[in-house]
Ligand binder design. Structure first.
Ligand code: ZZB
Length: 261
């Protein structure tokens, strides 16, 4: 699987994370949360970053000055892809371990997004064995993200967050002939999905959103506005990589990797 890993630079740590990191990382270090996405063309619509409160993450050394916040598993994969400099092939250097719950309420940069800076909020359904365990929220085009956003905004207290952290600003970024320019809310409402726990219908909605977005979508924001998603996808990706806002991140398919950890 070939992902685009977006470098979302930490702007402000939550208080809990600050306490844990105290003295462990140089004050002038660049630390990035690194969501892995299959849809780089949707980065214009990022509104939040999700982590799982139940997953243990680490902050890993990338270079003298840079560090990534990802799962242990993702860091191990990255170590085989030349992403970490100054270390031997396959070697990771974890500076500190953190739970997803420690970093909720932090803010990070969101490259290409209109908001620029977004809050880190919780998502229970993140899989530890996929991507980096960090997910960028695009509620306009991802049914999972839309469902979770609504859930969190309704039940902020239950999730132990401030409702102000949840961005309800839906930005139309891709237009489609039959599903309008906010496909995720459209499908979630059509399919009567009421909760992020409705995983079966969310999986169907996701599959449909992928297909319609890719085959019929037209980008309506940004440098490549007016182009078909099919044509613009790799251009947006390359542009993010060229500006050092993203890197390529791959993982082997299937079970071999998840079995080993
Ligand atoms: C931004 C985005 C915008 C995404 C969109 C999707 C969509 P898949 O399809 O199952 O292979 N994701 C990434 N890592 C994880 C994880 N560990 N656990 C749960 N979800 C994860 O999953 C790839 C997509 O699922 C990624 O692409 C990411 O969300 C999320 F408009 O990034 B995506 C119709 C989907 N639209």
């Amino acid at each position: 699987q070939e992902y685009t890993a977006i470098k979302c630079k930490v702007k402000q740590w939550s208080e809990q994370a600050q306490r844990i990191l105290e003295g462990k990382i140089p004050a002038d270090a660049n630390i990035y949360m690194v969501p892995a996405t299959l849809r780089p063309e949707t980065m214009y619509g990022q509104t939040n970053v999700f982590v799982s409160p139940a997953i243990t993450y680490g902050i890993f050394r990338v270079s003298e000055t840079d560090f990534f916040f990802v799962t242990n598993r993702a860091a191990r994969n990255m170590a085989f892809q030349g992403i970490f400099t100054g270390l031997d092939w396959g070697i990771v250097q974890r500076v500190v371990e953190l739970s997803g719950s420690d970093v909720i309420g932090s803010t990070v940069s969101a490259p290409l997004s209109r908001q620029g800076e977004v809050y880190v909020i919780p998502m229970d359904t993140i899989s530890e064995t996929k991507g980096t365990g960090v997910v960028t929220s695009v509620p306009s085009d991802s049914p999972d993200d839309y469902a979770m956003t609504i859930e969190l905004s309704k039940k902020a207290d239950f999730y132990g967050i401030s409702s102000e952290w949840v961005s309800l600003e839906l930005l139309p970024i891709i237009d489609t002939p039959n599903h309008g320019n906010l496909i995720a809310p459209t499908l979630v409402k059509q399919m009567k999905i009421n909760s992020p726990k409705d995983t079966q219908r969310l999986a169907e909605a996701k599959e449909q959103a992928y297909k319609v977005g890719f085959y019929q979508g037209t980008l309506i924001v940004g440098e490549f506005s007016g182009m078909l998603v099919q044509d613009a996808k790799n251009l947006v990706r390359q542009s993010l990589i060229d500006s050092h806002d993203a890197i390529e991140y791959c993982e082997p398919d299937g079970r071999a990797i998840s079995r080993s950890g």
